[in-house]
Design a protein around this ligand. Structure first.
Ligand SMILES: NC(=O)c1ccc[n+]([C@@H]2O[C@H](COP(=O)([O-])OP(=O)(O)OC[C@H]3O[C@@H](n4cnc5c(N)ncnc54)[C@H](O)[C@@H]3O)[C@@H](O)[C@H]2O)c1
Length: 341
């Protein structure tokens, strides 16, 4: 039976959602809602679906099984709750929202209305990253000691000028960390477990935005391991995300989405990096033109609906990175203090 999907937003990432949805057999785009009529018109012409500029009318469209939310981050929970209340499954872009209070309300609404809630962290389905997760979970690096994450990306001034919500506290919830760095914070938590305490500094060094374009944080994991995160959109021309995880048995290094080194006391037989590296240049552009990561998330979410199981990243999992980033922002207000998550 066909799955009917409604798209919310109509901007950069909704284009990726439309292409990812259309690449899946049996999925149809039922409707698209956004506040920019020209963009929504163009998406409907190219990808199908009924165009809506009224949110209530969009939510009443049938047949429609799920919505994919690609609107500004501070609208995710409100729009997701409205969809859940109408019995629609909700797959939202990262971050789940910009406040844990609103994220909790969305999680509660999904539970109460018995719909699935998923958060799009496509890294969790990439082959090398899954291999890294499996290695860390099975003890290959030994006792976790240190995680070092660098997200030294660049966005040109147009990136902020063309979408006025970006870099605002009210709709982006912050800047480089909550928008770009959140993918890597999610990975740190997925690989190393909960963070209990943080120290941080942020600055608005290059861009004319309300929030930070550069952030540095020290993390203490519940396991006792330590971590460092650097996130910026001010590092011209932009470098691949780098994650180095060190344990008592050695270090594994991920660059962009590929394992580039596994320096272990007992070398693994299978350390060949996967050849299916994605082609997105996230370090220098917000455009997700290689939609295979999103396609994998959509496929997983649809299977979660069909088989009544959890998606790879549900609401509670998706909330974890937001909680740590909220704590980092609190800590940055008092840089001489350690703050509990
Ligand atoms: N997973 C990823 O790799 C990835 C990549 C880029 C963006 N994102 C996420 O996608 C979301 C959107 O980012 P973007 O780059 O597409 O931004 P964008 O500015 O290109 O698109 C947002 C769209 O939302 C529309 N909009 C504004 N108010 C709205 C409302 N009330 N209801 C519905 N639509 C409204 C705007 O007209 C705009 O077209 C953000 O949450 C961002 O974090 C995720």
């Amino acid at each position: 039976m066909a799955i009917h999907i409604g798209l919310i937003g109509g901007g950069n990432i909704t284009e990726t959602h439309a292409r990812a949805a259309r690449a899946i057999a049996g999925v149809e785009i039922a409707a698209i809602y956004g506040t920019n009529a020209d963009k929504v018109d163009r998406l409907c012409r190219e990808h199908g679906g009924t165009r809506y500029q009224d949110f209530e009318e969009f939510l009443a469209h049938r047949p429609m099984d799920l919505v994919a939310i690609g609107s500004p981050s501070g609208l995710h929970a409100t729009q997701g709750i409205a969809a859940a209340q109408r019995g629609l499954h909700v797959l939202t872009e990262k971050p789940i929202d910009i406040s844990t209070e609103r994220a909790d309300a969305l999680i509660e609404a999904a539970d109460r209305n018995r719909v699935k809630l998923g958060v799009i962290f496509q890294d969790r389905l990439k082959p090398d990253i899954c291999r890294l997760k499996q290695w860390v979970s099975s003890g290959v690096i030994g006792k976790p000691i240190l995680a070092d994450a660098r997200v030294k990306w660049y966005r040109p001034p147009d990136y902020y000028d063309n979408s006025r919500w970006r870099g605002t506290l009210s709709l982006d919830g912050g800047g480089a960390l909550i928008n770009q760095g959140v993918h890597t914070v999610d990975l740190l938590l997925w690989l190393f477990g909960d963070v209990t305490r943080v120290q941080a500094r942020t600055s608005a060094a290059l861009h004319a935005i309300e929030a930070e374009d550069t952030a540095v944080a020290i993390l203490q994991f519940a396991s006792g391991a330590l971590g460092v995160v650097q996130g910026t959109t001010a590092a011209y021309p932009g470098y691949p995300r780098r994650l180095e995880v060190t344990g008592s048995e050695g270090t594994i290094i991920l660059e962009h989405d590929r394992i580039v080194a596994a320096d272990l006391r007992n070398p693994l037989a299978d350390t060949n990096a996967d050849a299916t590296r994605d082609r997105n240049q996230s370090s220098s552009s917000p455009v997700v033109s290689d939609f295979r990561g999103h396609q994998a998330v959509f496929e997983d979410f649809i299977q979660a609906i069909q088989h009544d199981r959890m998606p790879v990243c549900d609401g509670r999992e998706g909330r974890r990175s937001l909680a740590v980033i909220e704590a980092i922002y609190r800590a940055a207000q008092k840089p001489d203090r350690v703050v509990d998550v």
